[in-house]
Structure formats: structure tokens, C-alpha cells
Design a binder for this molecule. Structure first.
Ligand code: SF4
Length: 428
């Protein structure tokens, strides 16, 4: 039996370009891992320092009491944000320093190590970095294995990278159960705008991965191939959350595809929920069912308003811009909040974009002022610019982003800070 502490850091995004939501969400990668570790007879401690607002000193007290053999920390706040993680490792670095001596082995999981394992190992001073989806690798590490594909670790004076990022099967993942106190504290309703929260919210993962390969999307090293859990299992997980009092859930799926069985099941649960998806994959009758099932928030990636722009982003979209607009408006007939995501691309003229935004707004659909692209290491866009990510990948992407855009999107409040100012300095 191994004693494993799983820690979600207490995130702070000051000065960051981080595009994701800053509120606490369920740390799904740690919750799922904990489920498998417990089932195998290991002793676990899941510390969600973000949800419980724990200081480093409070984390230390918990760890001293638990006396872990392995400490696992994640470098992005929940699976929902692995594709748009904060580039800087500042918060995980501070945590790693604080807990370094409290267990023989420190393990990092997350998007950074999945893409740039050597750099992540060095910046965090970790013993092992797990590449890709982490659940099975953490179980194997707890079982005492140390040399298998999907790990990066120091080997004498050199660093070994074994194989590449790994994926789990996911489709056999049983219903997750969360501690009551964690759900009680989860007062955030992710991407919900039509009403104020009355009860707790939660996040659920119905499917993982996406069959598309948009050039800006940094999913290839984790959460890549599309997999779906059986509807009955997802509904069982949702029923447990309902029994804990939630009134809203957010499906963290990269792409929430039409799933009549799941949607039919949701129609009888009386819950509200939000999704991110591609509107071109939803027919009008399925949008109607989506609304009936309780969906109150859709975030749909349109990205560009020209065929050329969408082709340059490899959207592989079969619809025209007018058809996309009609489908968004159709969605809005059934769902109270519909957002069309746009990206700043050279193919789109700003006046045309602003006119389209106004037209959509008049029809009740919110479209953002186009956001500039951040070439995340691991995305096709990064590879197009600089090839495979190396040890300087995050710094290079960050410098490029800061230099390219004077104006920042309306989702960022102040000019972000260079990576070297955000992170703690470590020896090369
Ligand atoms: S549709 Fe494109 S952006 Fe969305 S998850 Fe799939 S590859 Fe990524």
C-alpha cells in the first residue's frame, strides 16, 4: 500500500496571459486518479488548495499528518483547462518548493510536462513527470513501477524521457464521487450567465478528446482521440451530484457531441448545464432536445468568418458563414445563452467582424471581440512556426505573443508579464 497525496495548487493568475476561468473547479484528473488508486488499495489524500483556499503552510500541515510516499501536483487547474493552461509554472513551482521534503518522491502531471517534460522536471525540481493523461500512470507509480512509457525522470546525471504521452481508455471510467464538503464549496457555475447560482455547481466529463485538429488547439499530447462514456454511467455520476444538492453542471468535454441517450436522460433530472461544442454538428431537432435537457449555455468555436480563415485554422467546417449564423440563432431559440468564439485571423476584416458581432447580438447571440492566438507548445500552430517544442518552447511562445499584439482581447484586463518575471529562476 502506498500513501499518495494529490494536490491541486491554490492558483493565482496575476500577470498571466491565462485565458481560462479563474474560479475553482473540480480537479477531475486528480479525482479520477484517486478513484483508481483507492480501488487498488492505496491510501490517498486529495488536497484541493484552490477550492479550500489553502496556504502553503496549511498544505504542509496536512502533508505532515498524512506522511505521503508520493506527492502529485498538477500544473493546470483541472482537465478543463489543459488546452489553455497558464504558460507559467510559478504557482506549481512555489508548491513544489514547499512540499519537496515532505515525501521521498514528487510527481508532476499536466499539460506542461506532457509537452515539455524535461523543462517541467527542471523547473519544478520534481522526481518524475507524467506525460499525457495521468490516471493509469499514477496507478502504476503507486504500484511501485518506475520505468514505463509516459514518464520523464532523472537517471544519474542525465534525464530520461520514456516514450511519449500516454492515453487511458476512459470509456470504462466508473461514476466519480466527490466529497460532500467539496461540492458544498463549489459555488461557481462555469460559463453560466442566464441566472445567479442558487445551489452548488460541478463539472462532469462525458467524453474525452476530439476528432478534429484545429491548428490552434493544444490537445494532441493529451485528450486527443475522441472517446465517450456510456450514458447510463454519466447519469449515475450526475445523480450522485444531484443528491449532493447541485443545480448546475458543466460538461468539460472538448467537444460535446449530440448524444440523444444522455440528453433524454437529462430531461428528467431537472438540472441546468453548459457545454462547449461545434454548432455545425448540431441539427435543429437536436438543439431542441439540448434545450429541453436543461442546457443554458453553449460556447461554440466559430473562430473565423471567412471560408479561407476557417480553412487556415483547419476547422474542417462544411457550413458557410451564413449557415453557421443561422444555426447559432436556432440554438438561441432553445438555449438562453449562446456564445460564438472568434479568433483574430488575417483573413477577417475588422469592420466585417464588428458588423457580424452586432448582427449576432441583435439575434441574442454573444460573439467575442476576436482574441489573438497564443501558439501553445504542442499545438499545430506552434509546430508550424518553430517545429517540435524544445526546452525553450514556453518562453518562445510567450515572447512571440507579447511582441505580436499591442492590443489584448476583452477577456484580459491588463498587459501580461514575460515568463521569466513570472517564474522562479532555476539552474539551466
Ligand atoms: S474542435 Fe478544434 S478547437 Fe475544439 S477541441 Fe477539437 S481540435 Fe480543439
Amino acid at each position: 500500500m502506498t500513501r499518495i497525496a494529490l494536490i491541486n495548487p491554490n492558483w493565482n493568475f496575476d500577470g498571466s496571459i491565462y485565458f481560462g476561468c479563474r474560479s475553482p473547479h473540480l480537479p477531475l484528473e486528480l479525482g479520477i486518479s484517486e478513484h483508481y488508486l483507492k480501488a487498488a488499495g492505496h491510501k490517498t489524500l486529495l488536497l484541493d488548495a484552490h477550492m479550500f483556499d489553502l496556504s502553503l503552510a496549511e498544505i504542509e500541515v496536512e502533508l505532515r499528518a498524512f506522511q505521503p510516499d508520493l506527492i502529485v501536483l498538477t500544473t493546470a487547474p483541472t482537465y478543463l483547462f489543459w488546452r489553455c493552461a497558464p504558460p507559467e509554472l510559478r504557482v506549481p513551482q512555489e508548491l513544489a518548493i514547499a512540499v519537496r521534503d515532505l515525501a521521498p518522491t514528487l510527481i508532476a502531471v499536466g499539460p506542461h510536462g506532457s509537452t515539455t517534460p524535461r523543462t517541467t522536471l527542471r523547473k519544478l525540481g520534481a522526481d518524475i513527470v507524467v506525460m499525457g493523461e495521468c490516471e493509469q500512470s499514477l496507478l502504476r507509480l503507486a504500484n511501485g513501477e518506475r520505468d514505463f512509457a509516459g514518464l520523464c525522470f532523472a537517471d544519474g546525471s542525465s534525464v530520461r524521457v520514456n516514450g511519449g504521452p500516454q492515453a487511458v481508455s476512459f470509456t470504462d471510467q466508473p461514476p466519480l464521487q466527490w466529497p460532500y464538503e467539496m461540492i458544498r464549496r463549489h459555488d461557481h457555475h462555469h460559463h453560466r450567465f442566464e441566472a445567479e447560482p442558487k445551489g452548488p455547481g460541478a463539472e462532469v466529463e462525458a467524453s474525452r478528446g476530439c476528432p478534429y485538429h484545429c491548428t490552434f488547439c493544444a490537445k494532441d499530447n493529451f485528450r486527443n482521440a475522441y472517446r465517450r462514456r456510456p450514458a447510463a454511467i454519466i447519469l449515475e455520476e450526475i445523480d450522485d451530484l444531484r443528491a449532493q444538492g447541485i443545480e448546475y453542471l458543466y460538461f468539460i468535454d472538448e467537444i460535446f457531441l449530440p448524444n440523444p441517450e444522455l440528453l433524454q436522460g437529462l430531461t428528467t433530472r431537472g438540472l441546468k448545464f453548459g457545454v462547449q461544442t461545434r454548432i455545425d454538428l448540431w441539427k435543429p431537432e437536436m438543439l431542441k432536445l439540448l434545450g429541453r435537457a436543461g442546457c443554458v449555455s453553449i460556447e461554440a468555436g466559430i473562430e473565423s468568418l471567412t471560408v479561407e480563415g476557417r480553412a487556415a485554422l483547419a476547422k474542417n467546417c462544411k457550413m458557410s458563414t451564413d449557415q453557421l449564423a443561422d444555426r447559432l440563432v436556432e440554438a438561441r431559440r432553445h438555449v438562453p445563452f449562446v456564445q460564438a468564439n472568434l479568433i483574430e485571423v488575417p483573413e477577417d476584416d475588422d469592420p466585417v467582424v464588428q458588423r457580424w458581432r452586432r448582427r449576432m447580438q441583435d439575434a441574442g447571440v454573444w460573439a467575442n471581440d476576436p482574441v489573438p492566438l497564443y501558439p501553445y507548445p504542442g499545438s499545430p500552430d506552434y509546430r508550424k512556426l518553430w517545429g517540435e517544442p524544445d526546452d525553450f518552447a514556453w518562453e518562445r511562445a510567450h515572447q512571440h505573443y507579447l511582441a505580436l499584439f499591442d492590443q489584448f482581447s476583452d477577456v484580459q484586463d491588463s498587459r501580461p508579464v514575460p515568463l521569466r518575471e513570472l517564474e522562479l529562476e532555476v539552474a539551466p
